[in-house]
Design a protein around this ligand. Structure first.
Ligand code: SAH
Length: 249
């Protein structure tokens, strides 16, 4: 059976508590219940409660985090909603495609959909935590939606697809992989390890990074690495470190 319990909506650094309340309401309308807030500017708030209407329970159970990295560390699929395209292009999805992707793996993995600040969206470091970006098509000269409206559009696509019989076929698709996918938190440890080794072998100069880390992140985000593969890579890195240490001693 399809369950949307593994989907979480993450709002980053929201300024207006009304937007948090309206987002919670949109989520409840569309059958979602897990809300995560990263450094909300004004929360808890009566304004949020007022705008949430019958979705106050979602506000009450919302999890609060210090960073987006922490908020998505248990998720194996992260999709960042962004109105703008960025310097290094990232795999982009339409709202319909992201709904398909999410329903395909939601029974096996925790999934996050991430929304940015009202004034500045998500920064580049935050966007790089996503496997995909989703853009809601909108008029060129007015392409940025109100935060809660953007949440509604994305959640609506998920809900709409979940009601269709095709969603059963999508769930069947997910059984094809023999290993569990690594979570964002596990992959973050790997990136830190890889960065250490790349510095130790003089491949990477943090003073002159030339977008190396972004490109490495994009590579592994695209692969969707599993836990076994992650352990192999971590093992290789540890042996490289051991070999360096032996040489130095
Ligand atoms: N002025 C900001 C937009 C902020 S809107 C900017 O230029 O980035 C607040 C959030 O709503 C965005 O960070 C994004 O997560 C979501 N959002 C708004 N419009 C969107 C769109 N057209 N497509 C995808 N997400 C959108």
């Amino acid at each position: 059976m399809l369950t949307l319990n593994n989907v979480k909506v993450v709002l980053v650094n929201t300024s207006h508590p009304g937007n948090i309340g309206a987002s919670a309401r949109a989520m409840k309308n569309m059958g979602l219940s897990n809300l995560a807030l990263v450094q909300p500017k004004d929360f808890p708030s009566g304004v949020a409660v007022g705008r949430a209407a019958s979705a106050v329970d979602i506000l009450e159970s919302a999890e609060i985090f210090d960073s987006l990295e922490q908020a998505v560390s248990d998720c194996a699929l992260v999709i960042c909603a962004s109105a703008r395209s960025r310097k290094i292009p990232w795999p982009m999805l339409t709202p319909e495609e992201s709904a398909t992707k999410i329903l395909k793996e939601v029974n096996a993995n925790k999934v996050a959909i991430v929304f940015g600040r009202e004034d500045a969206g998500l920064n580049n470091d935050e966007l790089q935590l996503g496997h995909f970006h989703v853009q809601i098509p909108a008029e060129k000269n007015c392409s940025s939606l109100n935060l809660a409206a953007a949440v509604l559009v994305i959640c609506y696509e998920i809900y709409k697809l979940s009601l269709r019989s095709i969603s059963k076929e999508l769930i069947k698709d997910q059984d094809h992989w023999d290993q569990k996918l690594a979570t964002n938190g596990e992959v973050e440890y790997f990136y830190k390890h890889l960065e250490r080794v790349m510095i130790a072998i003089d491949f990477h100069d943090p003073e002159n990074p030339r977008q190396l880390i972004q490109r490495v992140r994009r590579l592994f985000n695209r692969i969707r690495i599993d836990v076994m593969e992650m352990n192999i890579l971590r093992g290789i890195l540890s042996n490289v470190e051991n070999a360096i240490n032996k040489k130095e001693n």
